[in-house]
Design a protein around this ligand. Structure first.
Ligand code: ATP
Length: 217
């Protein structure tokens, strides 16, 4: 993200990719403008929040006109650095890691997994969906050489911190951590923690305790 986004609240920034994906589809279908009510229905975010979010982008909707789709798309593309391909590496090619390699992130945004790593010598040297699996011994060198800035961690919890400590020596700025381990990182690295088991448990808890869907998290 570029400097402009530092002024945008984090909650708003998190919704950017959602808006971006929807607007790209609108644009592809030839639509020139969109109202906050239409957007709200499509992305399931209330329209007051959308109006507030969009005011941070300098996009002022006009009554009876809505928002200019082209303006918003240009803004999002610039803000999300869509014109620059972010290089991503995946570490740990187990069940989950393999699924990510098979999933084509490029379909929805300008992100591509460039390379994968594993300790398992049986996996090293293989390719999944065109992505080569390298030996962990080559981790730092390859991440640096290819200027990889994002790492996806799909390793067992016990291995996550040691790998993170190695990643610190490279240009990686962001880690998507799918392991249950909480990671210690310097302020220069941002971690998004996605524990699928916890998310599932939390969903089930809410279904049981808020059966009418009256609480959104
Ligand atoms: P998943 O958790 O994705 O379902 P799994 O059950 O097949 O995968 P795990 O034991 O969770 O296997 O390990 C995930 C992957 O991480 C495996 O391919 C394993 O070889 C790899 N792995 C384990 N330890 C390390 C490590 N220290 N460095 C890199 N890769 C590792």
């Amino acid at each position: 993200m570029n400097e402009e986004t530092t002024k945008i609240p984090q909650a708003t920034a998190k919704r950017l990719p959602l808006y971006y994906r929807f607007l790209k589809n609108l644009h592809a279908s030839g639509k020139q403008r969109v109202s906050s009510a239409e957007l709200s229905e499509a992305v399931k975010v209330d329209s007051a929040t959308i109006r507030r979010d969009f005011s941070y982008f300098g996009a002022l909707g006009k009554k009876g006109y809505g928002y200019n789709v082209n303006y918003l798309l240009t803004f999002f593309r610039k803000t999300l650095d869509q014109d620059e391909l972010s290089k991503v590496a995946l570490i740990g090619v187990g069940n989950l890691g393999t699924a990510f390699l098979n999933y084509n992130f490029l379909k929805n945004n300008n992100t591509k997994i460039e390379m994968a790593f594993d300790v398992d010598k049986g996996k090293v040297g293989q390719e999944i969906c065109g992505v080569r699996i390298y030996d962990m011994e080559e981790l730092e060198e390859r991440l640096r050489d290819e200027d990889v800035t994002v790492a996806i961690l799909t390793v067992p919890a016990g291995a996550a911190q040691t790998i993170t400590d190695r990643i610190k020596q490279t240009n990686v700025k962001g880690i998507m951590n799918f392991s249950p381990a909480r990671l210690n990182v310097p302020p220069s690295i941002r971690v998004h923690h996605i524990d699928l088991a916890v998310e599932l448990q939390s969903l089930i808890y809410f279904l049981k305790n808020y059966p009418n869907g009256d609480t959104e998290i």
